[in-house]
Design a protein around this ligand. Structure first.
Ligand code: SN0
Length: 319
């Protein structure tokens, strides 16, 4: 695999089933390939904050015997310019062209985190920054969350559902929930994209106006009545996202969409999931996230497994 930016890269490579098989093997025995990354360096460039992605990807590389170098753009390193043809007389000090190319000289695999700017829909949805980074890096690249997707998170979500499901084809509900800030659509887009390729009954629920981009939601079932959507669900996946139209807008902070015990009581004893970080008592009530049915911590633990699986394919591909 030369790039991992969406589920499509996995489908074009080893395939979802084979990757899941390998993921479950790593989950059972994390050290089973502890020399695969010998003498290899994985470089991780963060243009935005991170806790899980940073630590889990470093941990995953370490389990495979690879070194990691982590760089935070703007705090550990120079502030990066991502636009082409601009006169760099402002606050940015280095262009992503040189930064990516130089990091590619030092590292065998690179990862990039670059959030949506939420100002220009086309710029974000064309994945302008990630694609530039890939073009100039000269080595395989892993997305550590880009403008429109968070594939390592979605892969971890799929692994988590596989491990916790109690029947074939479980009902999985993605529910919008309120948040004080405008957040990207990346986690929701990516979750829907992966679940549409999984053997689950997917239902998406959100207030009117929060429709996800058609290229992601496709023909997935969308229900605006949250109580109806929750009926009989085995997994409730909560996430806030800002509106796609008008792009990046907050249209609602309606607390009746906070995932409450009352809402969960309609489900089939559903497991609660969230990618974290989560705003307690905005997205989800304490009673739900602290209940035994909350699987947010094993879900986060699986971030190591998804990163290790993806890194293993990339390191193998280096020959
Ligand atoms: C990011 C997002 O895409 O929603 C990263 C999730 C993995 N989340 C946030 O930026 C949350 C920030 C906040 O203020 O709660």
């Amino acid at each position: 695999m030369k790039r991992f930016t969406s589920v499509h890269d996995l489908i074009a490579g080893p395939g979802i089933d084979a990757a899941m098989q390998r993921a479950l093997e790593f989950a059972a025995d994390p050290w089973r390939q502890d020399t695969l990354g010998r003498r290899r360096t994985v470089g991780l460039l963060f243009m935005n904050p991170s806790l899980r992605t940073r630590m889990s990807t470093q941990k995953a590389a370490s389990l495979l015997g690879a070194e990691t170098i982590v760089l935070n753009a703007g705090s550990d390193s120079w502030t990066l310019e991502t636009r082409d043809g601009v006169v760099m007389d402002g606050s940015t000090t280095e262009h992503i062209k040189e930064a990516a190319a130089v990091m590619g000289q030092y590292c065998d695999v690179l990862g990039l985190r670059t959030f949506a700017g939420l100002a220009d829909r086309q710029h974000d949805y064309q994945e302008t920054v990630l694609e530039k980074f890939i073009a100039y890096a000269g080595v395989p690249v892993i997305s550590l969350e880009s403008a429109t997707r968070h594939p390592l998170q979605s892969f971890a979500d799929l692994i988590t559902i596989e491990q916790h499901k109690t029947r074939e084809r479980p009902k999985v509900v993605l529910t919008w929930a309120p948040h004080p800030k405008a957040l990207p659509q990346a986690v929701a887009n990516s979750f829907v994209e992966w679940m549409r390729h999984a053997d689950v009954e997917l239902v998406v629920t959100h207030p009117k106006g929060y429709e996800l981009d058609p290229s992601f939601v496709g023909d997935a079932t969308v229900v605006h009545d949250r109580d109806a959507a929750f009926e009989g669900a085995e997994f409730i996946y909560a996430k806030n996202w800002s509106a796609v139209e008008p792009y990046g807008a907050i249209l609602s902070q309606d607390k009746s969409w906070t995932v409450s015990e009352n809402a969960m009581s309609r489900t089939n004893n559903a497991k609660f999931m969230h990618c974290l970080p989560v705003r307690r008592n905005m997205i989800v009530d304490d009673a739900v996230i602290d209940a035994p049915t909350s699987i947010v911590i094993p879900q986060a633990a699986n971030r190591v497994v998804s990163a290790q699986t993806v890194l293993s394919y990339m390191l193998e591909g280096l020959g």
